[in-house]
Design a protein around this ligand. Sequence first.
Ligand SMILES: [Zn+2]
Length: 352
Amino acid sequence: MTVEPPFARIERGTHGASNHEDPDLMTSLDRIGSLLGRAGVPSMFRMLRPGLRVVLYHHVGKEDDFTRHLRCTNTEEAFERHVDWYRRNYDLVSMDDVLSDDPLPRRALLITFDDAYRSVLETAGPILKSRSVPATLFLVTDPVFEGRMILDNLLSYAQSRNPSLIGEVVPGRSEDPVREILLDEIPHGGLEARRRIREAIEAGIGADAWREANDSGLYLRSEDVPRLRGCGISIARHTASHANLRLVEDLRSEVVDSWEGAGLDSTLRSFSFPFGSFDDAEPSVAELSRLGLGPLFLVEGCVNRGRSRIYYRTSVGDLDERSLAVELELKPVLRTLRKSRRMKALEAVACG
Ligand SMILES: [Zn+2]
């Protein structure tokens, strides 16, 4: 049996677009999921398993040089299809519903976006608005308020336009160097590696990249942010610089000062981790709680049980409906079995 391509594709994503599985396990999960999906089991799970589902998107529209190597793009058609499928199968809720004390519907689903793509407002926004579907954007502030590109987009642009530059900055990379730099080189090399890579790429290509990002409308502008509300999209926090939080020395500056300095509502306390993994969350959860932030959103694709300080999201890529059902109903159960120890430990720290 072959692995269905959409699963293989999204699990290899970066930019928080991965549900953080190792490839061997994913092959097994994909096989099990395909078999049970054909037998209609995910629909039964949806009926039986209460709890909040949270889905994650980034960029909606056409893939470009800034996003190509991040695999974080949904086509407009796929996104629209997903929203209509959610409407048929779930009760769509807002972040306010998640934060309120009122009980959530049994099959609640929250749509979220990460980062700062203008396509969230201009492409996803009208689809959501026309159907009165709420969503939340976890907003990274540097590109919107400080004129500073997210390193992820800068790397994707460099790899698209000048791959030899990437080769000079980080020698010996494979055929997927952006992924390796973001998910391996920087998390293990630390802040110093991140700084060095950024400076070298900026010196080689940075001005062109920023000019083109502005011309193409890659990011939201500061004046766009209030317009999100008009499409039913609330905002929440996702750091200033989009660095792995495990590398950040001054958490207050990344998640509090930058937010308030941009004039954003300080009462908005929900936060999502860039890259969204346990490895990024574990070292900083206690400090984030001390800073008054939460609930905290990871990716990891596990089951959410009731209201919590920690929520898990599922990155869904351009899946068809049957694969979506497997991704949202079946795989979280299997992942939760495997990750329950880390989930419990994180919950304990977050709750103090
Ligand atoms: Zn992100």
